[in-house]
Write a new protein. Structure first.
Length: 166
């Protein structure tokens, strides 16, 4: 059993992804087409939306998958996907944290990592692992900086237990 995830962060509402978000998720992906074109080489389509709902590593079940959307004034402006106990027990895999261009560079990525790091730790996780696509240079730096800030804040006692690892 897991503890409840955060339901709000600053001005963002946080909800577990479900079918009611499907169209809004597609619109979010369209606004984030820069990411998909950089990483996949093409704009987002139905396969990317479907993958958000169903993609799992081998050996994992949907009980291990936690996917959330971030809403601002009812509009999906971000999504996050976590897999519990992957690749190793106690480690959680961050598949994606994708924010709309309109809310990037505001420190929200760091705040989201901090909030979900605490949630993962409360659910027995000891690390969050992530990968940044090598073709995604613009976001690679942002992700590494956010990780470093979370580590620094935690070392200075400003961030709850748990850790984010590269």
């Amino acid at each position: 059993m897991t503890t409840a995830p955060p339901s709000r962060l600053a001005e963002l509402e946080i909800e577990a992804l479900n079918e009611k978000h499907a169209d809004a998720l597609a619109e979010h992906f369209e606004r984030c087409s820069d990411y998909f074109e950089s990483v996949l080489g093409h704009p987002p389509g139905p396969a990317e939306r479907q993958s958000t709902f169903i993609a799992l590593p081998e050996g994992k079940t949907y009980e291990d998958k936690f996917t959330f959307v971030f809403l601002f004034e009812g509009k999906v402006v971000g999504d996050l996907d976590l897999i519990r106990d992957y690749p190793e027990p106690g480690e959680w895999w961050l598949g994606i944290l994708l924010l709309d261009p309109s809310i990037r560079s505001m420190g929200l990525g760091r705040d989201i990592l901090e909030a979900f790091s605490s949630w993962v730790a409360a659910n027995g996780g000891r690390a969050i692992r992530l990968a940044v696509a090598s073709r995604n240079e613009e976001y690679r730096g942002s992700a590494f900086l956010a990780q470093a800030r979370v580590r620094r804040d935690r070392a200075e006692g400003r961030c709850p237990p748990g850790r984010v690892e590269r």
